[in-house]
Write a protein that binds this ligand. Sequence first.
Ligand code: AMP
Ligand code: GLY
Length: 428
Amino acid sequence: MGKKILVIGQGGREHALVWKLAQSAEVEKIYAAPGNPGIAELAQCEDIEVDDLSELLFFAWSQKIDLTVVGPEVPLTAGIVELFHDHDLQIFGPTSAAARLEGSKVFAKDLLRKYNIPTAAYETFEDMQPALKYALDFIKNGRRAVIKADGLAAGKGVVIASTEAQVTAALVGMMQDRQFGKAGDKVVIEEFLEGEEVSFFAISDGQNYLPLMAAQDHKQVYDNDEGPNTGGMGAYVNPPVYTAELHQEVLKTIVEPVIAAMQAEGCPYQGVLYAGLMITADGPKVLEFNCRFGDPETQAIMPMLDGDLLPVLEASARGDIKGVRLGIKPGSCVCLVLASGGYPESYQKGLPISGLDAVDRDTIVFHAGTAKKAGRIVTNGGRVLNLVSAADSIREAIDRVYREAAKISFENMHYRKDIGHKGLAKEG
Ligand code: AMP
Ligand code: GLY
């Protein structure tokens, strides 16, 4: 009998995971909680929020779900994996102890230091005065200070400060005004690293791992990396800065040591390891780890995977990934995010989207912040849609994705015009 899968989440990342899993010959039915209108074309959506662990457990148990795949970090840091294990349910993702790699920047940085894994020089603080002194020393020396709230802050907990006023505002906000609540009880302050950013993904079973791919996100809202940071405005795979040689260095100096370190610390890491890297003049250094797939990187990676993803996720969850293989297709793939005007600040919702039916079959539309209202797809979030095109070269993939983007419209729609250009510059 075919398998029943539950995917937790509602973004473009989860749509891409559902799309990939739906191609598995072993899958009979996919459920999503809560899903979105795009996901609803491939899966049965259940109105359960991602942080409602008891409802998710009850659903998976009563429907006899064979594997639950967790998209976002919040249920992972809240302990959904151990909860499911307690009820003999198979689930893909790290336990809350292992998810501290993302959930606590102090934990992650201290682990990196203890095991000699390359990362920015840093200190951690619980009190304002020493934190101020340490951060201001960077500024006095003409450098920038990177100030990070320890806990999860919905992507807003990192401030890159270049003036004394910015340092003070960030520390007062986090430590005194508690703008992120408990997440700011401790802060990490670190040196600013220069370089190009790369996201690298590997799937681990706690001991062994399967490398997936590298991708490059575009975090700032405007072209040329200007404007405030967002969840990610687009991504492409195989960034040229991530050479084959660098890949070997990342595996040897970062991925393997961190998997071994987590095992040695008694919290083996099972799930997808997302290493946010800065490629500096001194080699690759860890900016952060995430305990989940990246969004929008996943939307660009899924179409590149050649083979069935389900056995890989199952092997990670079971703890026997050794020997499991997954091919990578040649060529390139680009994901372009169509966002609401105003995002990442305030924006309107409920605006009708037109042109979805006109999109060519060579481009995939993954939904993120959409809703269905009176039979029409409308905007329902900051990042609304992801257009994903694969092609033989990055040039072709970029041309394709922008050709299709021109067919879609909603009021105040905004997208970057330069997704993938860093890759293009080097491809020539
Ligand atoms: P994080 O959540 O720690 O990855 O930080 C969010 C973003 O801030 C990263 O994707 C980088 O763009 C930037 N960032 C974080 N730490 C540093 C650093 N030490 N040097 C330069 N940029 C950083
Ligand atoms: N692409 C950034 C993230 O998933 O955190």
